[in-house]
Design a protein around this ligand. Structure first.
Ligand code: GLP
Length: 260
């Protein structure tokens, strides 16, 4: 796990965008994993800016979303498929149909989850997965207690996650209870994972992810097993890390030729 601590959230977005742009230049058909939530929004804004500047194209790439609410109508503004279109996809040049998400409106949820896993492996797996982290340590919608080797399936949100996400809805009662989410095993199979966290509300979850034991109680801690996980933190999110000084020194001394 490479932990990078930078003063401001916009610095994190720039570094993550650099990683995406470098990947697409080297491998135009790369498969991206997209996350919703506020954490990756700066990355999408930066990628849109670089796309408009002619620095990057998504014309040969594909993308898979991490998760989706069950039962939100197709035109609901908080449906993750809609959010990613509004925040990113519609502003760049993905081919039609190149961005996929789990089908939260499927009649047969189990079949939809299996089909989603099949689509990801059919595309050759995910090359770079963007991630945020929930205040309870979840990644995608893998809540505490999730199997560390789980695949795409239905999950029930915790009260805490529904309260955290109530800001996007009218009230907590409007936040769906059920979601479809890539599993921790699905996420762990991505070749490079880039997680962004900013703000003091994330500090405890970040400490448990980076320095706590690997445990289903903190689903993000599974990334300690990942051979190529990059954790980008602002100073507030890194505030509880015992190794913060070491992580800062390591990044300051990182050779120019070495990518994330
Ligand atoms: C949601 C999403 C996660 C995201 C988390 C944190 O629950 N399913 O993918 O990481 O929220 O969101 P934010 O980045 O807004 O703090």
């Amino acid at each position: 796990m490479e932990v990078v601590i930078l003063p401001h959230a916009q610095d994190l977005a720039r570094l993550a965008a650099d990683a995406v742009v470098r990947l697409l230049r080297r491998q135009p058909q790369a498969v991206l994993g997209l996350a919703t939530g506020s954490s990756p929004l700066g990355v999408y804004r930066e990628l849109i800016r670089r796309h408009r500047a002619g620095e990057v194209t998504f014309a040969r790439s594909r993308a898979f979303l991490l998760d989706e609410y069950v039962g939100l109508p197709a035109d609901h503004p908080q449906r993750y498929r809609r959010v990613i279109a509004d925040e990113f996809e519609d502003h760049v040049d993905f081919p039609v149909g190149a961005v996929q998400s789990p089908d939260g409106l499927a009649d047969d949820i189990a079949a939809a989850c299996a089909a989603y896993e099949g689509a990801i492996s059919g595309a050759g797996g995910i090359d770079l997965q963007l991630l945020g982290i929930g205040t309870d340590g979840h990644i995608a919608f893998n809540e505490p207690g999730s199997s560390l080797s789980s695949r795409t399936r239905v999950k029930t949100l915790t009260r805490q996650t529904r309260e955290d996400n109530a800001r996007f809805f009218g009230s907590v009662d409007e936040v769906p209870r059920h979601v479809l989410t890539q599993g921790l095993g699905t996420i762990a199979a991505a070749r490079h994972v880039v997680l962004l966290a900013a703000g003091e509300a994330k500090a405890d979850a970040v400490r448990r992810m980076v320095e706590g034991p690997v445990s289903a109680s903190c689903p993000a801690s599974v990334l300690q097993f990942h051979p190529h996980a990059t954790v980008l933190l602002d100073a507030a999110a890194a505030a509880d890390l015992a190794l913060a000084g070491y992580f800062r020194e390591t990044f300051a001394a990182k050779p120019d030729w070495q990518e994330l």
